[in-house]
Design a protein around this ligand. Structure first.
Ligand SMILES: *[C@@H]1O[C@H](CO)[C@@H](O)[C@H](O)[C@H]1NC(C)=O
Ligand SMILES: *[C@@H]1O[C@H](CO)[C@@H](O)[C@H](O)[C@H]1NC(C)=O
Length: 200
């Protein structure tokens, strides 16, 4: 008796599945569209987890989060009524009439699966999932490096300018000393050069 009932149940499920596949756009069918199946964002960014659905009557839209570590409800609402947002997502979640949600100020722990369930009053429902990966951004390290590089650059520039100035001053002083101390020598040198030039 039991095995037969099991068999019948399987047959019924199979028939239902075939019917619902065959009648994709029929009256009762709910369709959920997800333009992006997987998203990658950085910590503190916002993300629009975009879906659009079609169904009949007033639907109930429910979002839940799933990861290897935990599972939690995000929000439940009916279009036109106020959304019941769970405590964890208070102040950082926006709902849209097409069923999409915007999650603000992302955290590393927001990485995981976002499952949306659209249910009709008749009891039928459909799910869709979007994967979100939240990356860490090492802002502080980058800032530290940038400051370090700027300081090094400034020191190098200062040293170069100082050396150039010192060099200039050194040569000026040397020139001035030569001119003031040995004016005749220069002339005699020139004369001796000229005289050597004159010789064939
Ligand atoms: C759903 O609505 C949001 C906000 O209006 C929009 O940005 C998004 O593109 C829509 N998604 C789809 C799949 O139409
Ligand atoms: C909101 O949802 C929680 C469970 O997620 C439930 O316990 C609570 O009663 C709901 N509140 C309203 C106003 O529907």
């Amino acid at each position: 008796m039991w095995p037969q009932r099991d068999g019948n149940a399987h047959l019924a499920i199979l028939l239902c599945a075939m019917l619902s596949v065959g009648s994709g756009y029929q009256a009762q069918a709910i369709t959920i569209t997800t333009p992006e199946y997987s998203l990658v964002k950085s910590v503190q960014e916002d993300v629009l987890i975009s879906v659009d659905f079609e169904c009949h009557g007033t639907p109930t839209i429910k979002w839940a989060f799933m990861s290897a570590r935990e599972r939690r409800d995000i929000v439940v609402w009916q279009p036109g009524l106020s959304a019941n947002i769970s405590e964890y997502y208070e102040d950082r979640l926006e709902t849209h009439t097409n069923g999409s949600i915007t999650l603000l100020d992302l955290r590393l722990t927001d990485s995981g699966y976002y499952v949306v369930t659209v249910s009709e009053q008749t009891g039928s429902s459909k799910d869709a999932a979007v994967i979100l990966k939240v990356k860490e951004v090492l802002y502080e390290d980058l800032q530290y490096l940038a400051v370090f590089a700027t300081v090094l650059g400034a020191i190098a520039g200062f040293l170069m300018v100082s050396m150039w100035l010192l060099d200039k001053v050194y040569w000026r002083v040397k020139e001035w000393r030569q001119r003031s101390q040995l004016p005749e020598n220069e002339e005699t040198e020139l004369q001796s050069l000229q005289s050597t030039d004159d010789q064939p």
